[in-house]
Structure formats: structure tokens, C-alpha cells
Design a protein around this ligand. Structure first.
Ligand code: NAD
Length: 495
């Protein structure tokens, strides 16, 4: 059992109980209550936002040079790595994920801080070409207070992807973790708080504000002092945030849902494709925005490929995230497991055939946990709700295709456009298909690989704006132009 942090949250630079409704966090492997977090209220958001604005404007933070701010980010990255095992155990308890995955997520968060520090030290403002008797410069400045609102599926990675560039940009951050998984964000808050305090910087630069339902997130988005929103979550929530941001005329980046196609061409390396398709949908128990949840297989290969896939999926090891041999861990929450089960019922009603899974596993080991068996369904048209809506669980729908135009039409017939997988030995076909599919990320002969140095964005209902990549800090800054007169001659209207 990992060390569970105290029930306090980080408001205005101090750890104390929030004044909102309590959140009972649950271990989805056995239903045990881990702790009760005294979550934030709207008044707490108000207090945190005011303190954050003061911290962002404080000279000891505002006047730091980029390489000095980069040192702070390096210290945070080092401290995350030092505590990676604790952070991993905590995240496994809170989200149910396997320890292997949560360890990798913690280390990736450390890497995000280091990469952002390097990007900060090497980011350049521009001397732009002059078109008159003046020098022109384009510079970047902090926004002030930014809101970072995250879902429950990979909390520490999503937190780092917003927190690192926002701090690098010279801002203060109000971080809102998801109701089901506040613990790892609070633990990250402890690390950042210690680093800030140790460096003599204002500790109100980061607030961690868990909350029930939409209350706290909504209060952050609408707060007049909040000048930018970084959001990852569901498309419906993102659309609402976009409206609120439009009212305030502030930027918002939205990383939203997906229903990503993964394509197996007739010329694919079948062994590689089988492993990749399984990993793409069933790792993280399918609770991944980029999960390859719609499988398109060429008709010539379909029966053999799907038959073998189902045999292998039946053998996937389902168990608690703490068990070293587990491949498919419980879902994040019992309520979410029930929502996934309801989608499989819907698939049956729509005429789908459940080839494997389609139920919770039986036995004492699983009795109290939020488990669901990895499930493969076929016999549905791409227009079925099961093929169109994001299930966000270990459920794969298999579809066949005959030619490339029909494949592209089906793959693109989706409100979403987040990711795509292509399994083929034909490099030209891979390039052609990769360009024709509407998706922010295309993986060719691999899947669900991430690099902080590669920009990440969704098309269509999968998002707006970009995270990661060399320019990640610029998204958390304002651009300003300076004109600097170089001529001693007065302007024409001078007397
Ligand atoms: P969600 O939209 O329900 O919640 C996300 C966050 O928004 C939570 O912290 C929640 O409390 C907060 N929130 C809820 N209502 C709000 C409001 N009105 N104003 C402001 N904040 C509000 O999503 P979820 O169920 O936690 O996460 C699953 C979703 O996240 C899936 O759709 C998944 O695809 C998506 N996701 C996307 C990416 C990506 O990078 N594109 C990554 C991970 C998850």
C-alpha cells in the first residue's frame, strides 16, 4: 500500500482542507476507500486565483531569466524522478493502472520538465526584418494565471504537460485534477511546493484544486483572473469550456476524445500487427484517448487475423495493477466499468457479435474490483453507435474493408480525428494512407508511442490547439511586438 498523502489540498500556497464537498477516493482493484480528500469550493478557487495572480507578478518570479526558471524546472524533474516509485504506487492505487505503466508515466513527467527546461533555455525571441527607420522585435511574455484541467486516465503525465510549459512561460497555475484521481496531482503539488519554497519563490505559483463534478473546473474557467485554459478531457466538456473561453476572449487548448482507426493491410507483418493492435486498445484497459478502438482489416486477411487476435485476447492476463504479470488492470472506477458494460450491451442490441470478453471476469480475485474482460466485437457497420462513440474501455470493434477509397471513407467517417495506426510493409501505401486519414497522430508499424518532442493535437472533435513539441511554452505566453526608432529625424508631424 503506498503512502497516502494527507487529506489537504494546495490553496494559495498553503496546505489545508478545502471547503468543498469531500471526495472519497477508491482503489478500483478492490473498492477500498483510500482516503477522503477535502476538495475545493468556489471560495477556495477565488482565494487561490488571487494569490496566484500575486505570485505571478512577484518580482522574484517575474524577473527570473529563462535559464533561472529552467533550473527550477530541472529541480522539479529531479524530485519527480527521486519519488518515482512512490508516485507510481500512488497512481496505481488511485487509477488501477499497472505499476509498469504508472512508473513509465512518472518518469515521463520528469522528462517533460527537463525537456521543457531545455526548450526554455534555447527559445529565442526574434529580431524581425525592419521596414523603416526602426528595429522590430517580437517577444513573448507570461499570461499571468492559467487554468490546467485534467482527466483521470494519466494524471501525472497530463499534469506535467501543462504545468511545465505554463511555469516555463512565467505563469502561475491553478491545477484541477479529476474527481476520481486527485491523489497523484496532490503528490506532485507537494513536490513542486517544496521546490518553490526551497528556491525562495512564491508557493502560490501552483494551486492544486480537486473538486466534485464540474463546480471547481467551471469556477477556474470563468474566473476573471484566469487568462488561459489548458484542458484535457471529454469532447462535451471541452466544447463547454470553449464557449466560456470565447465569452472571456481568452485562449484555450482542448485535448479531447477519440475513436481511432487502426488499419491492417493485406501486406502487413501479421505478428507485429497482432501485438500492436492488442497493445493499442487493451493497454491501459482501453482508457486512452488514442486507443485504437476501431480495427479495419483487409477482407483477404480478415477471418484469419481476427480469429488469431481473439485467441490471443482470451489469453491476456487480467488482474490488479500491483501484480507484476497483469496486462489488463481494472478500470478507473466501478461506475466507469458499468458504463463500458452498457456499451457492450448496446453493441449486442445493434446486432454485433461478441467474439470474446463481453463481461466482468468471474472469481474471488475480481469480485470487488472494477474489472472488465478485454472484448472484441464484429458484425457491426461503422455507422453503429458502438463504432462512432468513445467507449474508453477494453472494447475493440473489428470491421472489414476491400479497397483503399472505401477504407479511407470509413476511417474518416467519425466525429473524432485523434490518432490512427497503419500496419503495412508498403512504405508508399503507408505514406499515402497516413496523409489521407484525418488524425492528429499517425503511427506506422507501431502504436501508442509518445515523445514530448513531437507535437500532439487532435483534429475535428478531438481537439483544438497543440501540446508538446519545441514550441510548447509559446502556447502559455503572449506575443508582443516592439518597434524601436533608430532615426534622429522626427516623424513627419513634428513642428
Ligand atoms: P471529463 O471531460 O468528464 O473531465 C475532465 C476534467 O474536466 C475533470 O477534471 C473534470 O472535473 C473537469 N470538468 C468537468 N466539467 C467541467 C466544466 N464544466 N468546466 C471545467 N471543467 C470541468 O473527462 P474524463 O471523463 O475525466 O476523461 C475522459 C476523457 O478525456 C475522454 O474523452 C478522453 O478521450 C479524454 N482524454 C483526451 C486526451 C487527449 O490528449 N486528447 C488525453 C486523455 C484523455
Amino acid at each position: 500500500m503506498p503512502r497516502i498523502p494527507a487529506d489537504e489540498i494546495l490553496i494559495a500556497g498553503h496546505w489545508r482542507r478545502g471547503r468543498g464537498l469531500p471526495i472519497h477516493t477508491v482503489d478500483p482493484a478492490d473498492g477500498a476507500v483510500l482516503t477522503t480528500v477535502h476538495a475545493a469550493s468556489v471560495e477556495d478557487v477565488e482565494e487561490a486565483a488571487r494569490a496566484a495572480a500575486g505570485a505571478a507578478a512577484a518580482p522574484e518570479w517575474r524577473d527570473l531569466l529563462p535559464h533561472q526558471r529552467a533550473r527550477v524546472l530541472h529541480r522539479i524533474g529531479d524530485a519527480i524522478e527521486e519519488h518515482a516509485e512512490d508516485l507510481s504506487a500512488l497512481q496505481t492505487a488511485d487509477t488501477g493502472k499497472t505499476l509498469g505503466e504508472t512508473r513509465a508515466l512518472a518518469l515521463s513527467a520528469a522528462g517533460t520538465f527537463r525537456y521543457t527546461a531545455a526548450a526554455l533555455e534555447t527559445a529565442e525571441d526574434a529580431l524581425t526584418p525592419s521596414r523603416g527607420p526602426y528595429l522590430t522585435m517580437s517577444v513573448h511574455e507570461p499570461i499571468g494565471v492559467v487554468g490546467a484541467i485534467n482527466p483521470w486516465n494519466s494524471p501525472i503525465a497530463s499534469d506535467a504537460q501543462k504545468l511545465a510549459p505554463a511555469l516555463a512561460g512565467g505563469n502561475a497555475v491553478l491545477l484541477k485534477p479529476a474527481e476520481w484521481t486527485p491523489l497523484v496531482s496532490l503528490a506532485l503539488g507537494r513536490i513542486v511546493h517544496q521546490v518553490l519554497a526551497g528556491a525562495g519563490l512564491p508557493t502560490a505559483l501552483l494551486a492544486v484544486l480537486p473538486g466534485k463534478g464540474s463546480i471547481v473546473g467551471d469556477a477556474i474557467v470563468r474566473h476573471p483572473l484566469v487568462g488561459r485554459i489548458g484542458f484535457t478531457g471529454g469532447t462535451g466538456t471541452g466544447r463547454g469550456i470553449a464557449h466560456a473561453a470565447a465569452d472571456k476572449l481568452i485562449p484555450a487548448s482542448l485535448e479531447l476524445g477519440g475513436k481511432s482507426p487502426t488499419i491492417v493491410r493485406e501486406d502487413a507483418d501479421v505478428e507485429q500487427a497482432l501485438a500492436g493492435v492488442m497493445y493499442g486498445i487493451f493497454s491501459s484497459s482501453g482508457q486512452s484517448c488514442v486507443a485504437g478502438s476501431r480495427l479495419f482489416v483487409h477482407s483477404g486477411l480478415y477471418d484469419a487475423f481476427v480469429g488469431e487476435l481473439v485467441e490471443r485476447v482470451r489469453k491476456l492476463r487480467v488482474g490488479p495493477g500491483t501484480s507484476p504479470d497483469t496486462q489488463v488492470a481494472p478500470l478507473v472506477h466501478h461506475r466507469h466499468r458499468d458504463a463500458v458494460a452498457a456499451y457492450v450491451d448496446l453493441a449486442r442490441e445493434e446486432g454485433g457479435r461478441v467474439l470474446c470478453g463481453g463481461a466482468a471476469p468471474q472469481g474471488k480475485r475480481y469480485a470487488k474490483g472494477a474489472y472488465y474482460l478485454p472484448t472484441v466485437i464484429d458484425g457491426l457497420p461503422n455507422s453503429a453507435r458502438t463504432c462512432q462513440e468513445e467507449i474508453f474501455g477494453p472494447v475493440l470493434v473489428a470491421l472489414r474493408y476491400d479497397d483503399e477509397d472505401e477504407l479511407v471513407a470509413q476511417a474518416n467517417d467519425s466525429d473524432f480525428g485523434l490518432a490512427c495506426g497503419i500496419w503495412t510493409r508498403d512504405a508508399r501505401a503507408a505514406r499515402r494512407l497516413g496523409r489521407r486519414i484525418e488524425a492528429g497522430t499517425v503511427w506506422i508499424n507501431t502504436y501508442k508511442q509518445f515523445s514530448i518532442s513531437t507535437p500532439f493535437a487532435g483534429m475535428k472533435d478531438s481537439g483544438l490547439g497543440t501540446e508538446k513539441g519545441r514550441d510548447l511554452i509559446r502556447a502559455y505566453q503572449r506575443q508582443k511586438s516592439l518597434y524601436w526608432g533608430t532615426d534622429s529625424a522626427p516623424l513627419p508631424w513634428a513642428n
